[in-house]
Ligand binder design. Structure first.
Ligand code: PGA
Length: 253
């Protein structure tokens, strides 16, 4: 039977101090109390590098899981000032990592670099949340599907198993803008992407596919009609426990 587990993943970006663990504690105790639905979903929060070690220790064995937001494209230790390798991330106890986020692509991270990062992350047994998405201009020029195909084919290798890779479809024009694709538009893309990955990467496992971009407690009502979605990558609204919890509550309402 297909795994129907939903994912609610929070991307804190450049946010959070050591006391911010309280946000995670509130989310974690909500999950514990949410007996009706808590077997149906998983919650992962990605704080900045500075908090990975302390958060992963504090929340070890708890419902909530911790993710890194990026890594360097070389492994182990090395002369790379300011960089953090997938090996170092794994050693903090973290098991997930966001890669290919459009904010990093905008800073010059290309498909080649992302491909390296993904393969090193998998080598270190990190579960990858791989972000793809078209920008405003590409959407306007009807390039959405070719762009998504290119991003997938240049990073994911044939034979990758999708038990450790989650794809997050995040249209760049939607991130932080309050604009989201219509449910009809989104459904088409989600179905296309799932089929495309199975066919091209020859994965036997159906990839998990999330949507990200301006997800909040109101928009979730529209998005949940896209039943093929396996969850959401949430930026701004994940910095408040109340907003984040409301997204989960409204999803299951
Ligand atoms: P947003 O960010 O929810 O604030 O639009 C999503 C993301 O960048 O992952």
């Amino acid at each position: 039977m297909a795994d129907r587990t939903k994912y609610f993943i929070g991307n804190w970006k450049m946010f959070g101090l050591s006391g911010s663990y309280k946000i995670l504690e509130r989310i974690n105790s909500f999950i514990q109390r949410d007996k009706k639905n808590n077997k149906k979903y998983k919650v992962i929060i990605a704080p900045p590098f500075t908090l990975l070690d302390s958060f992963s220790k504090r929340f070890k064995g708890k419902k909530i899981k911790i993710a890194a937001q990026n890594c360097y494209e070389k492994d182990n230790f090395g002369a790379h000032t300011g960089s953090i390798s997938p090996f170092m991330i794994k050693k903090t106890g973290v098991n997930f990592i966001i890669l290919g986020h459009s904010e990093n692509r905008a800073l010059g991270e290309d498909d080649k670099v992302i491909k390296l990062k993904v393969s090193l992350a998998i080598k270190n047994k990190l579960n990858v949340i791989f972000c793809i998405g078209e920008n405003k201009k590409e959407k306007k020029n009807k390039q959405t599907l070719p762009v998504l195909k290119r991003q997938i084919l240049s990073v994911l290798k044939k034979g990758y198993k999708f038990n450790n890779i989650i794809i997050a479809y995040e249209p760049v024009w939607s991130i932080g803008s309050g604009r989201v694709p219509s449910p009809v538009e989104l459904k088409k893309i989600v179905i296309f992407l799932k089929k495309f990955v199975n066919k091209k990467i020859k994965s036997k496992i159906q990839p998990k596919l999330l949507y990200g971009g301006s997800v909040d407690k109101k928009i979730i009502y529209n998005l949940k009609s896209v039943r093929e979605l396996d969850g959401f990558l949430i930026g701004g609204a994940s910095k408040s426990s109340k907003n984040f919890i409301d997204i989960i509550k409204n999803f299951y309402k």
